[in-house]
Design a binder for this molecule. Structure first.
Ligand code: ADP
Ligand code: MG
Length: 679
């Protein structure tokens, strides 16, 4: 038997059982070893029979007077009497006729089970019993509880694990000795033994500490290795020109916030080096990241280099192109901006391509197709990525091949991520935050409403429309659904509003099933104020900037996640007018903690901490596909663990440890290096 032997090779695992194991994702012995318990039930303490109370107990007793019978068809009962020095108790098993034959009289057994009333008599029900002296499996110990499937329960999993204990005990160490020592960890084999076979409660802690450390260590080490790989590449040095920056700022219709300035300063410092920048800019919706991006690009433009800005959708790309065009106009640099999106005619695409190639088009804005298509951007000095994408090792390689060097990379996200998560999920990047909102911004007023105040909410919306503003109405579904009764769909709400309350207004409909062209033109109509109300699904979520829209009604708000509600709400509150967000509940029930949180604050960072608390890391928007979330033991909320693991990973690199020496670690790190979601 080897670690990579199929599970069927283990004693006691036949074809049938092995297919059940497969259902749980366990194919090899190694899979089973790393199939960690979900929780434990402590049956390790032995209770005197005289002291038995209702509940779960273990007794140490002899078993006599065993008898089995059918009480009715299909119902077999085995009864017995267990006795120790203090007294005796009844045992009862249902439909386990083999019990009677298996029990040897006058031997001591460890008997674990539920002591309770049945047929007016107290008895231990369906207890497990094992001869005292053997290594116990299902009795008289701390019992691990595993995720189960039909026909494969924890007691069977425990039996199979018992048969592979020799293999567990000979598991090789995966971490360097100095790491184990300095972090006071137990060995890997001991940890794996104890996670399945703890003697004491503190064994579980020790095992989890070791295995959890290893998980986070791998994660942070991979991040630091990417960081190191990145720093060995050469980028173009971009000189900072103070006068140019001042000139640009002088033409802005507003004052930059302190956070914007601080972030820009870090970016400019990075760009002056030939080590490629890899910076994450986290700024809540509406915090003004576009200006920062434009200013980051400014110095490259001056020097004759190229910059690519990638947006997740064509609508956003166009909007960015317009914004940036007008931001650069006062400096006479607007002609250097160009758009490259899939939808362009092949003729204008060809023109763009040749302008990019000649270097006349310096600031190229598009979707990520921009770096995938055969575009010749030789002087690419900086890539700016807007929203939710990140660069993996593969993309980096492609870019280096294309440009001949590694460009500086600025990734921007409107997803506020709790700090502990930033270090693990984005550990390979330097992080800048914009926490302040622009000064002129009035906080959005958010109100939870119930369906019986619907008309009053509509009236408030109409007041805003009369003042020349626009409104979003967001629904959880496109079409009404049989299954999801009570949820309002965009199609139905659209018709209802258009023919009813809002018949004097121009109502539009936007959802994900529409063709890309149709979506763009509807969105464009809304931007151009040809529509007053836009009924939509969550497709409007990302990035769209319509400062004149200052009202949002979210239908079935209780059905959305906290992060999503915050993202949606970020579509308003972008102009000088006071904005309102109405959270319409499905029923008139008391509002959930989530809704009250969103009503109570506009601070995305606070909300993300809360979301992490309520729903765990999987809830953090945009992190779902990240391999980092597959952790089975460690908690990404464990700030202390993350800090220690990261420090250790730093030491590992500083000591110039050779990863090849640690094959398990190397393969884990390799897996994580491939993690990317730019596709
Ligand atoms: P986001 O960070 O969500 O991408 P944007 O860059 O779209 O935000 O900015 C939102 C709006 O705020 C834009 O209309 C922009 O012109 C404006 N803005 C940006 N910075 C400032 C500032 N310092 N003061 C006032 N308004 C600003
Ligand atoms: Mg933006």
């Amino acid at each position: 038997m080897e670690l990579d032997s199929p599970i069927q090779d283990v004693k006691g695992v036949g074809k049938q059982l092995s297919s059940k194991f497969n259902k749980l994702g366990i194919h090899t012995i190694a899979d089973l070893i790393s199939y960690y318990p979900k929780y434990y039930e402590d049956y390790s303490k032995i209770t005197d029979i005289a002291k038995l109370k209702t509940g779960k107990h273990t007794i140490k007793a002899k078993i006599n007077q065993v008898s089995g019978r059918y009480v009715r068809r299909g119902m077999h009962i085995t009864e017995a009497i267990a006795s120790d020095e203090t007294g005796s108790a009844r045992l009862i098993w249902f439909n386990q006729p083999y019990r009677a034959k298996a029990i040897i009289s006058n031997k001591y057994y460890l008997i674990s089970g539920d002591f309770d009333l049945r047929y007016q008599k107290f008895a231990m029900q369906n207890p497990s019993c094992e001869l005292e002296g053997d290594l116990p499996v299902n009795s008289g110990r701390i019992l691990p509880k595993y995720r189960e499937t039909k026909g494969l329960k924890s007691n069977q999993i425990r039996k199979v694990i018992k048969n592979i204990l020799p293999l567990i005990n000979s598991t090789q160490e995966t971490l360097p000795g100095w790491i184990i020592k300095s972090n006071k960890l137990i060995s890997r084999s001991k940890a794996l033994y104890l996670i399945h076979y703890p003697k004491l409660n503190k064994d579980i802690e020790a095992a989890k500490a070791r295995l959890g450390f290893e998980e986070v260590f791998e994660l942070t080490l991979s991040a630091l290795i990417i960081k190191q790989l990145n720093s060995t590449e050469k980028a173009l040095k971009i000189k900072f020109d103070l006068n140019l920056a001042k000139d640009f700022i002088g033409h802005l219709p507003f004052k930059l916030t302190d956070d914007q300035r601080r972030v820009l300063w870090s970016i400019y410092k990075d760009l002056e080096k030939d080590i490629p920048m890899n910076r994450l800019l986290e700024g809540d919706v509406g915090s003004g990241k576009t200006v920062v991006a434009t200013m980051a690009a400014l110095m490259s433009l001056k020097q004759g280099y190229q910059v690519a800005l990638m947006a997740p959708t064509e609508i956003l790309a166009k909007q960015h192109a317009d914004t940036i065009h007008s931001l650069l106009k006062p400096l006479g640099m607007e002609d250097r901006v160009g758009l490259l999106i899939g939808k362009m005619s092949s003729k204008s695409k060809a023109i763009s391509h040749s302008q990019i190639k000649s270097g006349n088009m310096q600031f190229i804005i598009g979707t990520h197709a921009l770096i995938q298509e055969k575009v010749d951007i030789k002087k690419l000095s900086l890539i700016i990525i807007d929203e939710q994408h990140r660069f993996g090792v593969e993309q980096r390689k492609k870019l280096i091949a294309k440009a001949g060097h590694m460009p500086h990379v600025l990734t921007m996200t409107a997803t506020p991520i709790p700090r502990s998560l930033t270090l693990t999920l984005y550990g390979e990047m330097d992080v800048s935050l914009i926490k302040q909102k622009p000064e002129n911004r009035k906080p959005i007023i958010t109100e939870i409403c119930s369906p019986n105040s619907r008309d009053a909410v509509y009236d408030k919306i109409i007041t805003q429309l009369k003042a020349g503003r626009q409104a979003f109405v967001v629904c959880p579904l496109i079409l009404d659904s049989e299954v999801l009764k009570g949820l309002r769909s965009a199609e139905v709400v659209y018709k209802e509003l258009k023919q009813g309350y809002f018949k004097d207004w121009r109502v539009g409909l936007l959802h994900g099933k529409q063709k890309t062209d149709e979506k763009s033109s509807i969105m464009q109509d809304f931007i151009d104020k040809k529509l007053d109300i836009l009924v939509s699904t969550t497709v409007i979520e990302v990035g769209v900037d319509v400062p004149n829209a200052n009202v949002m009604l979210i239908e079935n708000a209780d059905r959305f996640g906290l992060a999503q509600l915050h993202q949606l709400r970020g579509r308003i509150g972008r102009g000088e007018h006071q904005s309102h967000c109405y959270l319409m509940q499905t029923d008139s029930q008391a509002p959930t903690r989530r809704l009250r949180a969103i009503e109570g604050t506009n601070d995305g960072f606070k909300l993300s901490e809360l979301d992490l608390d309520i729903r765990g890391p999987g809830a953090i928007y945009g992190t779902a596909q990240h391999g980092a979330l597959d952790l089975s033991i460690a908690k990404l909320t464990d700030v202390e663990l993350i800090a220690t693991a990261r420090n250790t990973a730093k030491q590992f690199i500083e000591r110039e440890e050779n990863l090849v020496q640690y094959s398990h670690l190397a393969s884990q790190v390799n897996k994580l290096l491939g993690v990317t979601n730019l596709n």
